[in-house]
Ligand binder design. Structure first.
Ligand SMILES: NC(=O)c1ccc[n+]([C@@H]2O[C@H](COP(=O)([O-])OP(=O)(O)OC[C@H]3O[C@@H](n4cnc5c(N)ncnc54)[C@H](OP(=O)(O)O)[C@@H]3O)[C@@H](O)[C@H]2O)c1
Length: 197
């Protein structure tokens, strides 16, 4: 997303909870990175069902600590363009991806690098992974990884993955295969072509 002007930047925001009809794209001040934070120039944002769930109504939003006006989207990828005091391991120009809870669909996000949770985290984007791909990794990838960590599949195992064509399913299938397991995925007819390797 190109920045609108030298004075501001864009962000998707909501003044009321609801569906796509309440999303609004606005010009907002460029945020500043405070101590322990980095500012990321967002180049790609990924959406998950969780994003719609969190901002659907006030009760649900409250469970995630969200209040109005609120942003939208959590998975992001981009480039560090400002580093706050005390931050080590990140420098301007670093390619990063991660999670910014319900504020990722914006030109800039500010991340607490010690956050350590999908809601507030930054990782260096591996070489060879483009930003559009990196912006799909955090929520769905973490969910799949957490599920497989429970069952710890190995070469002697067969893993059945429901919804193999879904956001979490595609990661779970690939992680189980990397672990050496035989994988069987299920999906509707609509997903069949996508799921066949
Ligand atoms: N991504 C997240 O934000 C996130 C985080 C934590 C937990 N989760 C949970 O992880 C699960 C998958 O999330 P997702 O992001 O992968 O969602 P998704 O991209 O919408 O994928 C859901 C998958 O479930 C399948 N499915 C839908 N209805 C089904 C039914 N009645 N019976 C069997 N399969 C059905 C669909 O398969 P077909 O298209 O082939 O029908 C689709 O591939 C959900 O329970 C979600 O709540 C998601």
């Amino acid at each position: 997303m190109p920045v609108w002007s030298d004075r501001g930047s864009r962000a998707v925001q909501l003044d009321s909870f609801g569906g796509p009809e309440v999303l609004d794209i606005r010009e907002v001040p460029i945020p500043e990175a405070g101590p322990g934070q980095v500012r990321v120039r967002v180049t790609a944002a990924g959406l998950n069902p969780m994003d719609w769930f969190m901002t659907a109504d006030a009760d649900t939003a409250g469970r995630f600590g969200l209040t109005l006006p609120v942003g939208f989207g959590t998975d992001y990828a981009g480039v560090v363009d400002q580093v706050g005091d005390g931050v080590t391991g990140f420098a301007p120009g670093d390619r990063v991806f991660g999670g910014a809870l319900s504020r990722a669909v914006a030109d800039f996000v500010v991340i607490d690098v010690a956050g350590g949770a999908a809601a507030n985290e930054a990782h260096h984007t591996p070489d060879g992974v483009d930003d559009r791909t990196a912006a799909t990794l955090t929520i769905a990838g973490r969910t799949a990884s957490a599920a497989l960590a429970v069952i710890e599949p190995g070469p002697d195992d067969t893993v059945l993955i429901g919804g193999a064509g879904g956001g979490v399913g595609v990661f779970a299938v690939q992680l189980a295969r990397i672990a050496g397991a035989r994988v069987i995925g299920t999906g509707s007819a609509a997903s069949a072509d996508y799921c066949v390797i």
